[in-house]
Design a protein around this ligand. Structure first.
Ligand SMILES: [Zn+2]
Ligand SMILES: [Zn+2]
Length: 156
């Protein structure tokens, strides 16, 4: 079960995290709430531009930094990509399928490592605090023309 900030009103989020409720912060928060997958700052900017023409990239960047420092969003750095992506914070964690071609991230249900972690702890006496799992491949839109864009080449 994923509990996140999505269920809360923007104004509740702003007052909980003690930051000012501004029009542009609302725009960014709305985008993050509706996002189907984590977005880069550029993607957030383009979506914001559609909602508020006066918004500029440095504003978006500043808002994301404030949100990150307050713990409203999580910034993820994905292997094979120089661009970080942002998503609203959730309790617990999520794993993603990452498309090597279009870099889209598709969230998957559940975590395959839960039982395995217990097994490792029992057999190694290591206290596991977390893990990182990225599953690479090609999404349904990209798998047709994946030739020449293999894992070893990294980004194109
Ligand atoms: Zn793709
Ligand atoms: Zn996991």
């Amino acid at each position: 079960m994923m509990i996140g900030l999505k269920q809360f009103e923007n104004k509740e989020i702003f007052s909980y995290f003690k930051i000012k409720n501004t029009k542009q912060r609302n725009v960014v928060l709305d985008i993050l709430k509706k996002a189907e997958y984590p977005l880069t700052s550029k993607e957030i900017f383009f979506r914001a531009k559609n909602m508020d023409d006066s918004i500029n990239f440095s504003t978006i960047y500043r808002i994301l930094n404030v949100f990150e420092s307050k713990g409203i969003v999580v910034k993820l750095n994905i292997m094979n990509s120089d661009e970080a992506v942002f998503e609203l914070k959730t309790v617990g964690h999520k794993h993603y399928l990452i498309c090597l071609k279009c870099k889209k991230m598709i969230p998957i249900e559940g975590c395959p490592l839960g039982d395995y972690e217990k097994f490792i702890e029992n057999t190694t006496d290591f206290d596991i605090m977390g893990h990182h799992l990225e599953i690479f491949g090609y999404c349904s839109e990209c798998k047709g023309d994946k030739k020449g864009d293999g894992v070893n080449e990294g980004k194109n």
